[in-house]
Write a protein that binds this ligand. Structure first.
Ligand SMILES: Nc1ncnc2c1ncn2[C@@H]1O[C@H](COP(=O)(O)OP(=O)(O)OP(=O)(O)O)[C@@H](O)[C@H]1O
Length: 286
């Protein structure tokens, strides 16, 4: 059935509205040339779709190509074969409307908290007063009112993450790419930040691709979990997470029977890939 978001588009044209946030990865293969001159296949025929406004977590053993996949969604690298489409348009340069969050904070140390959050609007040439008001509003939303004039080194790890989150979301991205954003945080701060992320995501609903090694985090946050195989990475399984939204506290949801059931199912799928990757890096014969 056609929805009001459906738009007539010519082949290859970018869609507008909600559909502009659909990410379609099909038959994605990526090969690198190693320093020894050999061809190394990092990704082999990876296909999955992130629907508009969907929160998609990607889990897989170390070195399976998760970050490589993201670099092709963002347009920072090109596939060897296959395609990535964002909003129906093949990605062939840096994708517009995408915000990032990485494990490292990526804050500019010489800029204040306010200055860091202002970077996006300034880059987009938003008028100064409007940009300042928006940055202060986002700092309020992430609980950092009163910290506008601090520098990143004067903040805790969790506070720096809040600044990074405000800096990513102030651009109201259609797609939010997150590569282990809370990986360096202690367990409690991570849970608090995850709950805060969910609350903010529910306000603006970008499509999210979220890479993590933490299966609990993936199940608690996502609508869909993609499990990748060990290298060369391909899609092993896709799990739809039918836990109701809003999810509330990430800490609490972990005790729900359905959460535990999904966590076990996904771990069953992931475990042998993790073991295989470990055996390979440990010099075993996987
Ligand atoms: N530019 C490159 N040249 C050669 N090999 C590369 C390059 N970039 C990545 N690789 C290799 O591709 C594979 C996938 O790397 P990638 O960083 O995408 O894995 P990952 O799943 O994100 O790993 P992790 O979970 O440890 O962060 C690795 O074996 C890596 O060494």
């Amino acid at each position: 059935m056609a929805s009001r978001n459906d738009v007539a588009t010519s082949p290859g044209a970018e869609k507008t509205g909600r559909d502009s946030a659909r990410v379609e990865i099909s038959g994605l293969t990526k090969r690198f040339l190693t320093p020894a001159g050999e061809v190394f296949t990092a990704l082999q025929d990876v296909s999955f779709t992130v629907e508009p406004g969907q929160f998609c977590a990607v889990v897989g053993p170390t070195g399976c190509g998760k970050s490589t996949t993201l670099s092709m969604v963002s347009g920072l690298d090109r596939p060897s074969e296959g395609s990535v489409k964002v909003g129906g348009r093949e990605v062939d340069s840096v994708t517009k409307g995408v915000s990032f969050m990485f494990q490292s904070d990526a804050l500019l140390p010489w800029k204040t908290v306010l200055g860091n959050v202002l970077m996006g609007p300034v880059f987009r040439r938003v008028p100064k007063q409007q940009a300042q008001a928006s940055a202060r509003d986002w700092l309020r939303r992430v609980g950092l009112s009163g910290f506008e004039d601090r520098y990143p080194h004067q903040l805790s790890g969790g506070m720096r993450k809040r600044v990074a989150m405000a800096a990513a979301l102030i651009n109201e991205p259609r797609i939010l790419i997150m590569d282990e954003p809370f990986g360096a945080l202690d367990v409690q701060t991570k849970a608090i930040m995850s709950t805060e992320l969910l609350g903010l995501w529910e306000q603006i609903r970008p499509s999210v691709i979220f890479i993590t090694h933490d299966l609990d985090e993936a199940v608690a946050l996502a609508d869909r979990v993609v499990v990748m195989t060990s290298s060369p990475g391909s899609v092993k399984a896709v799990f739809d997470i039918d836990l109701p939204r809003p999810r509330g506290s990430v800490q609490e949801i972990r005790f729900q029977p359905r959460f535990i059931e999904l966590q076990h199912q996904i771990w069953d799928s992931l475990r042998e890939e993790v073991e295989r990757a470990y055996a390979r890096t440990a010099g075993g014969t996987a």
